[in-house]
Design a protein around this ligand. Sequence first.
Ligand code: CP
Ligand code: NVA
Length: 324
Amino acid sequence: MLETLQNFADVWPSPAPNRSFLDIADFSAETLREILANARAMKAARQGLPKGAPDPEQVLNGHAVAMIFEKASTRTRISFEVGIRQMGGQAVVMSAGDMQLGRGETISDTAKVLSRFADCIMIRANKHDDVEALAANASIPIINGLTDLSHPCQIMADLMTIEEHLGALSEQKLVWLGDCNNVARSTAEAAGILGMEMVLCTPPQHGPDAALLAMIEAGGWKVSHSNDPESAIVDASVVMTDTWISMGDEHESIERRHRFSPFQVDSTVMGDAREGAIFMHCLPAHRGEEVTAEVIDGPQSVVWDQAENRLHAQKAILRFCLNQ
Ligand code: CP
Ligand code: NVA
């Protein structure tokens, strides 16, 4: 049975004028669940339609979304642009280097100008502080499309994918193997808020920072930290990893590869997890580094569903931010 689309104007009768989506930790479990429910409903509502066909409900009709990219992207860029069009909105995509921002125009001035042209800004930025500055100076919602600190849009798609394959999040144990990077941090925030058990299993030099550890402790989250893949993997229903070298970390590559090699996800690791465990990766992947080809291209991998769900989850995030 199809879930009913939630009307965010009813759920939040007095919306804040500037409802940004900067970090998972900014939201309650109830809000995250509402967004996920809408994502599922919108996905179901367009089953069988060609990718470019309009959604039955044109909820972004009359809305323009500006997208700024300081870093490379395949999934985020295309899923946002196609999703905005499906909902009847207009997308304007810019590389930061093609904007005056890349020549030194301030974030504050950019925020004020774009607020006059667009109804929402999605930005992929090098520095998380810049996204916060954009949100502080804009009069329209800002969506974080990845920073050095976090990747909340990815995690909404990941949560949707876990529920599709395995059911209730509260019954899962998610084991993260590798770098405690932007994706890991947002995953930990989601696990904590939604009551999912998670182990951040990393080399000692690449574990959670003091701020994340403090957030885990203050929240009483079921999120722990380990340096031992063999013990961490026991009873894992979700095994997740990401590149060992994120955008911006390229300068450290040789040393990093050496430290991360015991954390590779191979078929032995998957065999030690819970029966029916799934493998997840936000992509792009590096076969032979953080994951073997056998695992990512094998039957336990759900990475293509995960990538597809970026589209549906982000459409629900846009509806939330624009109160539509
Ligand atoms: N996972 C993800 O954000 O992919 P892109 O870098 O291709 O957008
Ligand atoms: N951690 C990776 C994610 C890419 C989607 C990076 O920041 O490069």
